[in-house]
Design a protein around this ligand. Structure first.
Ligand SMILES: NC(=O)c1ccc[n+]([C@@H]2O[C@H](COP(=O)([O-])OP(=O)(O)OC[C@H]3O[C@@H](n4cnc5c(N)ncnc54)[C@H](OP(=O)(O)O)[C@@H]3O)[C@@H](O)[C@H]2O)c1
Length: 232
């Protein structure tokens, strides 16, 4: 669809975020691609966006840093002049384990990269989104925050619930301002994120998945893109 929208995706260099960028790319659209450190991978995503007629804008930034996030949105405002959709997706892998193995640093790291980063990005994005005719924020949560969560990932599960809570709070705050807030709850997906998960955990998720296979990032991205494209 050629609608001239500017869409910023955090963690767009690899995995689900990269697949969402490729899926949403269209002539006239600008995909702002945030990543942390893997520039080559993000550059490949930008090339694919441009091959589909869109524009790819690389925005390296650590989304857990308030100043880096502010600089990123200032660069976006300068180079794109607007923002229509923020997809808060960045996530960092975690060590799977029981409570005694989950250090305070592990716990804090998950809260910072999930709820903390989403808070910082929304705070910086809202002034731009308010100027859009159809501003949107989409939070990439996880199916671990739906129903009974899996055991041994208290840091990740609690951070995802915090992310969901932030989304509910912003929904209430922004509904009168023309900004729509949605959450998506992807299932376990075949990305680097699960590379170090214990094999039995991955196998159990695979067996519970439709067709006995874990979705590829492109399949999970299709659902996120459906939410982004949905009429307001
Ligand atoms: N994979 C799953 O099974 C699954 C299931 C449900 C939900 N999710 C959620 O989906 C999201 C994406 O997961 P994924 O599987 O695509 O992960 P992934 O393949 O590990 O990719 C993570 C992306 O986030 C970026 N990133 C990490 N820390 C960052 C930071 N501090 N600042 C900016 N960017 C940062 C990485 O940048 P670099 O490339 O530069 O390192 C990378 O582009 C996460 O929120 C995750 O919780 C994943």
């Amino acid at each position: 669809m050629s609608d001239g929208r500017v869409i910023l995706i955090t963690g767009a260099g690899r995995g689900i975020g990269a697949a969402v960028a490729r899926r949403l790319a269209a002539p006239g659209r600008l995909l702002a691609l945030n990543y942390l450190s893997r520039r080559d991978s993000a550059q490949a995503v930008a090339r694919d966006v441009e091959a589909k007629g869109g524009r790819g804008l690389l925005l390296p930034a650590d989304v857990t840093s308030a100043s880096a996030v502010e600089d990123m949105f200032a660069a976006l405002a300068e180079r794109a002049g607007r923002l229509d959709v923020l997809i808060s997706n960045a996530g960092a892998p975690f060590r799977y384990g029981r409570l005694p193995e989950c250090s305070p640093a592990d716990f804090e790291a998950q809260w910072r990269v999930q709820a903390g980063a989403a808070f910082l990005c929304c705070r910086a994005a809202v002034p731009l989104l308010k100027k859009s005719p159809a501003g949107r924020i989409v939070f990439v949560v996880s199916n671990v925050a739906q129903g009974a969560p899996p055991a041994f990932m208290a840091h990740y599960v609690s951070a995802k619930y915090a992310l969901w809570g932030l989304a509910q709070a912003l929904k209430a705050e922004l509904s009168g301002k023309g900004i729509r807030v949605d959450c998506v709850f992807p299932p376990m997906t075949r990305t680097d994120f699960i590379k170090n998960f214990p094999r039995p955990i991955v196998e159990a998720a695979r067996e519970a998945s439709p067709g006995g296979r874990l979705p590829a990032p492109e399949e999970t991205a299709a659902e996120i893109a459906r939410v982004v494209e949905a009429e307001t």
